[in-house]
Design a binder for this molecule. Structure first.
Ligand SMILES: NC(=O)c1ccc[n+]([C@@H]2O[C@H](COP(=O)([O-])OP(=O)(O)OC[C@H]3O[C@@H](n4cnc5c(N)ncnc54)[C@H](O)[C@@H]3O)[C@@H](O)[C@H]2O)c1
Length: 244
């Protein structure tokens, strides 16, 4: 994709945190956003906040549970119907804790549903040409305080790496973004657990920094695996042998 101007971008989990910051960045560059979020309350709040700074016609909110494939499919089709096109899908929604089944469903299975359906839409008609899967640096190195979260994010990294070459043949660029600790609700919930150990050592970054990297990926042709950390906000990793 050449430019964000006029592009239609779906952001799952776009009501808060990194997803919300991504929506702001897309809108600031002249794009349109469809926010898919489980929380209707937070989604409507995000919609109203964005409409204070940007043209309301460029923002859509759809209630969606990414852990349910049919909910994702419906929201992607509704977005395309509403805006008449769909250019980018950011599979960003995620949770930091819960039962192993919940964490895998929300963090990993949702990425598979979104990527598969987005890819299928692209081969059928005018689906997204860019898919960005949000993993974590915990998808590259283990976070001992959160083993299931770590497993879910390793799965996102592995899946994104595995499909990138084949998807590219169908004109779909699949990127994977791995943020380090970012100051959002997700990490605030874990803070007590993390404060004494990892967090104070490695630092924490603003969601807008991660959002900038995600938006940069939207216009990058080659599929990339990128880490966003306080030391380097856009560190491109070797997709065959990823190392932080
Ligand atoms: N914050 C961090 O330190 C950090 C670091 C690395 C990766 N990440 C990843 O970034 C992504 C965004 O996280 P964040 O930190 O902005 O979290 P956040 O909690 O601020 O936002 C997550 C959003 O996802 C939504 N959501 C949760 N479950 C959902 C579901 N089933 N269907 C639809 N929406 C759902 C929430 O309502 C919320 O709006 C996640 O995938 C997370 O794992 C976060």
């Amino acid at each position: 994709m050449e430019s964000i101007e006029g592009a239609v971008v779906v952001v799952t989990g776009g009501a808060q945190g990194i997803g919300f910051a991504t929506c702001e960045e897309v809108l600031a560059r002249g794009g349109k956003v469809s926010i898919l979020d489980l929380s209707e309350e937070k989604g409507l709040e995000a919609l109203s906040n964005l409409c204070k700074s940007f043209d309301a016609e460029r923002v859509l909110f759809l209630a969606c549970d990414v852990s349910r494939r049919e909910s994702v499919v419906k929201a992607l089709e509704e977005t395309r119907y509403h805006f008449g096109r769909l250019d980018v899908l950011v599979n960003n929604a995620g949770i930091g804790s819960g039962t192993p089944e919940m964490v895998m469903e929300v963090n990993f299975h949702s990425v598979v549903s979104g990527s598969e359906y987005g890819w299928e839409m692209r081969t059928r008609t005018n689906g997204p040409s860019v898919i960005i899967n949000v993993a974590s640096t915990a998808g590259l190195v283990p976070l001992e305080q959160a083993p299931i979260y770590t497993a879910s994010k390793h799965a996102v990294v592995g899946y994104s790496r595995a499909i990138a070459r084949k998807a590219k043949k169908d004109s779909v660029t699949v990127h994977c973004m791995c943020p380090a600790f970012t100051d959002t609700g997700l990490v605030r919930k874990l803070k007590d657990q993390l404060r004494k150990s990892t967090l104070e050592k490695v630092g924490i970054q603003e969601p807008s920094v991660v959002a900038e990297g995600i938006v940069r990926l939207m216009t990058t042709e080659e599929p990339l695996l990128v880490a966003c950390t306080p030391e380097n906000p856009f560190k491109v990793l070797n997709r065959n042998k990823p190392k932080l």
